[in-house]
Design a protein around this ligand. Structure first.
Ligand SMILES: [Zn+2]
Length: 442
């Protein structure tokens, strides 16, 4: 048993949002109690005690749309002219990068990004993977990285028709095998979804195959939806309907499905997303960086759509995504009063719901019975911090690098910024060698 105490416990649970001088008791991967430190130390006198020294004690953060494989793009030069639109970004960067990844690159780019997640207090990720030159076994290499770092992860392989039938077949098989392995596994930290790239790269025959197999495996989907205007135009041209309508008719939507982006959706599509309980994931940095537009997520939330927050691989620091979401919607609407409440609701509320459904236990809250994913954040505020202004402190005062200690499933995976059980300098050195070789093949 482990007690994390002597801190300011931010539970992200409305019933008891802040416990001053608080403590969280962890046992067998779960939270068993939250309360005053003195009380819990008395109740569990033989437990190991981790002293937070007055810092914030919070639930680990959740990233509901991530691409671990994007790691090796950092600092890489493109070989063609700079992309002028979304399609060119895919063709000149991501589709060239993912094609030359081998299984060693997949593993190293995953383990490096996972260490970064842990360093920034992100304890759960929903990854969307692509490596068309090394498909079989790729999800299992990412799972290996997750097991070594201790990160909680929900993985999938993106199925697409863009590289021909053999690649499509292998991608479907990789999803199937990984989903089957998750079902039979005792591993409480790993789950799977059925990955699809996007409407414009998946034909009707493949889509029908995937929905049939996902239904057999009782799995939801993780898919990019209406990210750019060109996706909608292609869908209207080829299928006579808009992207969300097509996915609705094909049976892709639902409570377990993750629809990343949804930038270009109309009122009818918002209704379909809401009625089906589909999880829309907002990725503000990515949408701004790719210049694809601003997703109407404030409108979606006001109409009851569940909207979570992801980084799309842009960052592993969800505090950063929180800040960018706050600014994007002020800028977009011309309203300085906009988006105070929605981004925290996405990150701390909806992401927690999405992860809780996936991992079959409360995730992202410090309450008894929830998974023991806890971070200790170094934050000594210059102004009063109360239950009613926590969100403002997290928005303006905290970044991922302030995280001192990260606990996942009750295991201390980072203590005082030292990641446990992983040779961090050694892994980074191996990653730099692999990345340099990959850049030559790119
Ligand atoms: Zn993405």
């Amino acid at each position: 048993m482990l007690l994390v105490g002597n801190g300011r416990v931010v539970t992200h649970d409305g019933r008891m949002p802040l416990v001053e001088g608080g403590c969280v008791a962890l046992r067998d991967g779960l939270i068993v109690a939250v309360g005053p430190t003195a009380e819990l130390r008395e109740s569990y006198p033989s437990a190991e005690f981790l002293d937070a020294r007055g810092r914030l004690i919070m639930p680990g953060l959740i990233n509901t749309h991530m691409h671990l494989y994007s790691t090796f793009a950092r600092g890489m030069a493109l070989k063609d002219a700079a992309p002028g639109n979304f399609q060119e970004i895919l063709e000149r960067l991501w589709w060239r990068l993912d094609k030359v990844l081998d299984l060693n690159d997949v593993y190293l780019s995953a383990v490096v990004a996972m260490m970064d997640c842990i360093g920034n207090g992100t304890t759960t990720i929903f990854d969307h993977h692509s490596s068309p030159g090394a498909i079989r076994g790729s999800l299992f290499r990412i799972a290996e990285a997750a097991q070594e770092t201790g990160l909680r992860g929900c993985l999938c392989y993106e199925v697409t028709d863009r590289d021909g039938k053999a690649v499509t077949d292998e991608s479907i098989e990789e999803n199937r095998e990984f989903l089957i392995s998750c079902k039979g596994s005792e591993d409480r930290l790993l789950r799977g979804l059925f990955g699809l790239h996007a409407s414009f790269t998946v034909g009707d025959e493949t889509l029908a195959r995937c929905t049939r197999i996902a239904a057999e495996l009782d799995a939801g989907f993780h898919v990019h939806v209406a990210e750019a205007e060109s996706d909608v135009a292609q869908c209207l041209r080829e299928h006579g309907k808009r992207v969300v309508e097509r996915f609705h008719d094909a049976g892709v939507l639902g409570e377990r499905t993750i629809a990343a982006h949804c930038v270009h959706v109309d009122d009818n599509e918002i209704e379909l997303l809401g009625n089906s309980g589909t999880n829309v994931i907002h990725n503000p940095e990515s949408n701004m960086g790719n210049a694809v537009g601003c997703a109407p997520v404030l409108k979606m939330m006001s109409r009851g759509v569940r909207v979570g927050l992801g980084s799309d691989g842009y960052t592993t620091d969800m505090f950063e995504s929180l800040k960018v979401a706050n600014l994007l919607h002020k800028h977009q609407t011309g309203q300085p009063g906009a988006a105070w409440t929605e981004p925290p609701a996405m990150l701390f509320g909806r992401n927690a719901e999405i992860a809780s459904a996936c991992f079959e236990r409360p995730v992202g809250r410090l309450i008894p019975g929830a998974v023991a994913d806890v971070i200790v954040v170094d934050y000594d505020p210059p102004t009063p911090l109360t239950a009613s202004n926590i969100q403002s402190h997290l928005l303006f005062g905290v970044s991922g690098r302030a995280v001192r200690t990260t606990i996942i499933g009750g295991s201390v995976v980072m203590r005082d910024r030292e990641i446990a059980g992983v040779d961090e300098p050694g892994i980074l050195a191996r990653a730099r060698v692999a990345a340099a070789k990959l850049w030559q093949r790119f």
